[in-house]
Ligand binder design. Structure first.
Ligand SMILES: [Zn+2]
Ligand SMILES: [Zn+2]
Length: 264
C-alpha cells in the first residue's frame, strides 16, 4: 500500500474506533445508565454490562457512580474532577484517581457509594473484581499489533488503539474545558460551560451547562445553533428498537428530584 493509502486507512480506523468508544460512553454509560434519560432495552443493558469494560477499558457501574458524584457536588471540593479544584491540566490525572477510588469503594461494598448506584442492577465487572482490569488494554494492544503487521505500518495499529482508548482525552475535554471555558445558557450554581468545540468533538458532551441545568434530558443541545450528535445516535438507537428516549423532563438541575434521581 502507498503511504497515502495507509494514511487514509489509519484515519478511517481512528474515526471508527473513536465512534465506538464515544457511543458507549455518551449514549450507553452517560445518558442511559447514569441519568436514565434513555431506557435501554434489556438486551442492550446486558450487552453494556458485559462488553463495556472490554470495549472502553472503563467499568460502566464505576463510571456511572463517579459521574453521579460529579453532578451532586459539581465544582465543589467533593467533585471527582473539577478544574476549579484541580486546575485545567490536573483534571487529566484527577479523574483517573477518582475513578480508581470509586471502583475500589464499590468493590468493597462501601454503602455510601453503593447507594448511589443502587438502581444499576449489575455488579462491578468481574475483570475489576478479580484485579484483571488490564486485560482489555492488552487485548486492544494485541489487535493494534495484528493490524500493524497486516498492513505493514505501525500507524494503522496506533490509529486503532488511540481511537478505541480515547476516553481519557474525551473525559478531560468535557470535565475540564467544558467546566472552565465557554458560554452559559443557564445561571446555575456550578461553573459548567457550553463549549462548542468540545461538543463537536465529544458528541454533545461539551454542552455541560445545558446538561447540568437539565441532567435528565437525553438531548444536551438547547439553542437552535447547538448540535448534539450524541442525541442523533440516541434517535437512531430508538429507531432500531434498542432504546427508548424518555419524555424530556423540565426539572432544573437544582431541583431535588433532578439532583438525586438515583438516591434509592
Ligand atoms: Zn459536568
Ligand atoms: Zn451527566
Amino acid at each position: 500500500m502507498s503511504l497515502n493509502q495507509i494514511i487514509f486507512l489509519s484515519v478511517s480506523i481512528f474515526i471508527a474506533a473513536y465512534l465506538i468508544n464515544v457511543f458507549y460512553i455518551t449514549v450507553l454509560y452517560h445518558r442511559g445508565l447514569t441519568h436514565n434519560a434513555l431506557t435501554l432495552s434489556r438486551s442492550l443493558k446486558k450487552w453494556t454490562a458485559a462488553t463495556g469494560i472490554w470495549v472502553t477499558g472503563i467499568d460502566p457501574k464505576a463510571w456511572s457512580c463517579m459521574h453521579r458524584m460529579h453532578h451532586m457536588y459539581s465544582d465543589t471540593e467533593n467533585d471527582p474532577h473539577s478544574p476549579m479544584q484541580l486546575g485545567v491540566l490536573g483534571v487529566a490525572h484527577g479523574q483517573l484517581k477518582s475513578y480508581e477510588k470509586v471502583l475500589v469503594r464499590l468493590i468493597k461494598k462501601d454503602p455510601e457509594v453503593c447507594r448511589l448506584v443502587g438502581d444499576i442492577d449489575f455488579e462491578v465487572n468481574i475483570l475489576n473484581r478479580k484485579k484483571l482490569w488490564a486485560l482489555p488494554y492488552l487485548l486492544h494492544i494485541l489487535i493494534a499489533v495484528v493490524l500493524s503487521m497486516s498492513f505493514g505500518h505501525v500507524m494503522v495499529g496506533a490509529a486503532y488503539y488511540f481511537g478505541i482508548m480515547s476516553h481519557p482525552v474525551q473525559g478531560w475535554m468535557v470535565n475540564s474545558l467544558a467546566h472552565k471555558f465557554g458560554y452559559r445558557n443557564f445561571e446555575i450554581s456550578d461553573h459548567s460551560r457550553n463549549n462548542a468545540l468540545v461538543a463537536l468533538l465529544v458528541f454533545g458532551e461539551g454542552y455541560q451547562n445545558n446538561h447540568h441545568a437539565y441532567p435528565q434530558r437525553a438531548r444536551f443541545s438547547h439553542r437552535p445553533f447547538e448540535f448534539d450528535l450524541g442525541y442523533v445516535l440516541c434517535v437512531i438507537g430508538s429507531w432500531m428498537g434498542l432504546l427508548k428516549i424518555k419524555k424530556q423532563k423540565n426539572l432544573p438541575g437544582g431541583a431535588p428530584e433532578a439532583l438525586t434521581p438515583f438516591a434509592y
